[in-house]
Design a protein around this ligand. Structure first.
Ligand SMILES: N[C@@H](CCC(=O)N[C@@H](CS)C(=O)NCC(=O)O)C(=O)O
Length: 249
């Protein structure tokens, strides 16, 4: 029975699940739940995930939502390399610690900043420079914690490991949200964090080609945005910009 992933590549929560499956040779059928068409609110999808968010999976009759829970489940059910989600209790507990820190502390950072400073109009919301400035502070404080706490040891990956775990995958997918920013802004935020930048490069490299492939949606959005804000594209109307971006995000 094929595993079904209910996803949309615009969502970083979804991207981490898709990449995890691809990296580990887990067969799956991708079912698009198009956020721009609000398909996550359809009654059929509510049957899969009553919370009406993506991602969700269906493995036979078993339904599951929440990206981290999904990855833990897949890592426990399929035969994957141990470094992703170690059986060693102490190693696994440390990874859980990063995963929990990530979900409770980090999300307001990248997604908040990118949305408030750039993408809000694409979903009919105004830009909010004041809130964006606050989100930037949260983001920078979180990046500083990654740099000084989770990346403090010698290994290339989180917790000083020589190989990536699900925590590297999940955190890297969230930080990748910053790719849609203008280069200067992205550099202003990430530039000072040399260890984070190197870790992100190492993560992309070790997860090639799937990591970049699944993130290609972000590069497309960025390119489109740049065209629209260039002098030639600036003649387009607000409503056409809204439609174009929304159709991608
Ligand atoms: N905690 C959830 C968050 C999922 C989530 O926020 N999904 C977003 C897309 S990135 C969504 O479905 N948004 C639609 C909505 O909330 O209406 C997870 O880790 O899976």
């Amino acid at each position: 029975m094929t595993l079904k992933l209910y996803v949309d590549h615009v969502s970083h929560h979804c991207r981490e699940v898709i990449i995890f499956c691809k990296l580990n040779g887990i067969d799956f059928e991708e079912v698009l739940v198009d956020l721009s068409k609000r398909q996550h609110l359809n009654p059929e999808y509510k049957e899969v995930n009553p919370i009406m968010q993506i991602p969700a999976i269906m493995d036979g009759k078993f339904k599951l939502s929440e990206s981290h829970a999904i990855i833990r489940y897949l890592a426990s059910v399929f035969p994957i390399a141990d470094h992703w989600y170690p059986t060693d209790l102490y190693k696994r507990a440390k990874i859980e610690s990063v995963l929990d820190w990530h979900r409770t502390n980090f999300p307001r950072g990248p997604a908040g900043f990118v949305s408030l400073s750039l993408l809000a109009p694409a979903v009919g919301m105004p830009l909010n420079p004041q809130a964006a400035a606050k989100a930037e502070k949260v983001l920078i404080a979180s990046l500083a914690q990654i740099e000084s706490v989770w990346l403090q040891k010698k290994g290339r990956f989180l917790l000083g490991s020589g190989q990536p775990s699900v925590a590297d995958l999940s955190l890297a997918c969230e930080i990748m949200q910053l790719e849609v920013l203008d280069d200067k802004v992205r550099e202003r935020i990430l530039g000072p964090f040399k260890r984070v930048t190197k870790w992100l490069d190492d993560t992309k490299h070790v997860m090639a080609p799937h990591f970049e492939e699944v993130h290609s949606i972000l590069y497309k959005v960025k390119k489109k945005r740049q065209k629209q804000t260039s002098p030639v594209g600036s003649s387009s109307t607000q409503s056409s910009r809204k439609h174009d971006l929304h159709s991608k995000m």
